[in-house]
Design a protein around this ligand. Structure first.
Ligand SMILES: Cc1cc2ncn([C@H]3O[C@H](COP(=O)(O)O)[C@@H](O)[C@H]3O)c2cc1C
Ligand SMILES: O=C(O)c1cccnc1
Length: 339
């Protein structure tokens, strides 16, 4: 072994041996092989199960929306929750197409609770406060969000879980969370969100830079309280809960990655459970992924959120496990290997 190289465990060697003896040139399935190793290591099994996936969409409103940082008005959050409940959003369509179960959680949409069986209530308020001049939420709300998220991340019998979000102005919240935790500059993390033009983007950047200056160094929990969204805080908790249950966590775009940053800040050992689904077109996502040393599976020019990118990555993850479980070896199939 070379100096500094990480020793490869016997188990990992056994997984690679299983993959390398399958009826294909070694390495020819590229990232799918690496994914299979990640899944097998996570489950500590040479025959991992990867049949069931659930997407949870966390919804909440943001006081920062009143600063004019989104191209859309706040009421769209509530309208989209109803759209999710009626099965008409991109997330519904991709979930149905790819055999993924979907659950909707209201963590604090403005207008009060939804009286709908399709919407699970875990509300922490009627939207956050506008964080330009005050904390977005009390520290206790951030803690409760993490706790409620942990419980949601652990329940059920899923092999993989994906987390999506809906909340007008939440790219602003995600930008400041990412900035405070990673130290990357606000100007590089700020993007067009729902489609701001150049002038509106400059204005959003100014608003967020000034909000960032309001505070100094913060812990992940303090960051959530100062700049969080209820949905991002709950999602971070759900990632911690799901990792504890040894589930693959399919990380969606910029906002989900900011939640992952919080979760990693609270517990760095969850990293092996994370699969980064795609590179979002939101400006800050690429530098955030680089910061995490993460290479996403897909790069489709998408910038929607809702878990839409994660849903498209699920068939790849499922296929990786199926390759490990079902593909014949050279010996099984009586095919001559290259040695
Ligand atoms: C109709 C519609 C559906 C969406 N689905 C997700 N988002 C996405 O856009 C929002 C973040 O962008 P910003 O920070 O610019 O507001 C979030 O709700 C996010 O999930 C949507 C946005 C809209 C308008
Ligand atoms: O990448 C994302 O998560 C994203 C980007 C733009 C708008 N909403 C979400």
């Amino acid at each position: 072994m070379m100096d500094g190289a990480v020793p490869v465990s016997e188990f990992t060697q056994a997984i690679w041996h299983k993959i390398d003896t399958k009826t294909k040139p070694p390495g020819s399935l590229g990232r799918i092989e690496e994914l299979a190793v990640q899944i097998a290591e996570l489950q500590q099994s040479l025959t991992p199960r990867m049949d069931r996936c659930q997407l949870t969409i966390f919804a909440a409103d943001h006081g920062i929306a009143h600063a004019g940082v989104s191209a859309f008005p706040q009421q769209v959050t509530r309208q989209m929750v109803l759209n999710f409940a009626n099965g008409g959003a991109a997330a519904n369509v991709f979930a149905r197409t790819n055999g993924v179960d979907l659950r909707i959680v209201d963590t604090g949409v403005v207008g009060g609770p939804f009286d709908l069986e399709e919407v699970l209530g875990r509300r922490l308020g009627d939207g956050t406060a506008n964080f330009t001049g005050q904390p977005a939420m009390p520290a206790e709300s951030a803690e409760t969000a993490l706790e409620q998220g942990r419980a949601l991340g652990q329940d059920g019998d899923w092999d993989a879980v994906a987390f999506g979000e809906m909340g007008i102005a939440n790219t602003s919240s995600a930008t400041l969370i990412a900035h405070k935790i990673s130290g990357l500059p606000v100007a590089k993390l700020t993007g067009r969100g729902t489609g701001l033009d150049d002038e509106a983007l400059r204005y959003k950047t100014d608003v967020l830079e000034s909000a960032a200056c309001r505070t100094g160094d913060l812990t992940p929990l303090e960051t959530l309280a100062q700049y969080g969204g209820f949905e991002i805080a709950t999602m971070a908790g759900a990632m911690l809960g799901a990792a504890g249950a040894r589930r693959v966590i399919i990380v969606d775009g910029f906002i989900a990655t900011s939640a992952a940053l919080v979760a990693l800040g609270l517990n760095p050992s969850i990293k092996p459970a994370l699969v980064f689904a795609h590179r979002s077109d939101e400006a800050g996502h690429s530098i955030l992924l680089n910061h995490l040393n993460a290479s996403p599976l897909l790069d489709l020019g998408m910038r929607l959120g809702e878990g839409s990118g994660a849903l498209l990555a699920w068939p790849l993850i499922k296929s990786a496990a199926a390759m490990l479980n079902e593909m014949a070896s050279f010996e099984d199939a009586d095919v001559t290997d290259g040695s």
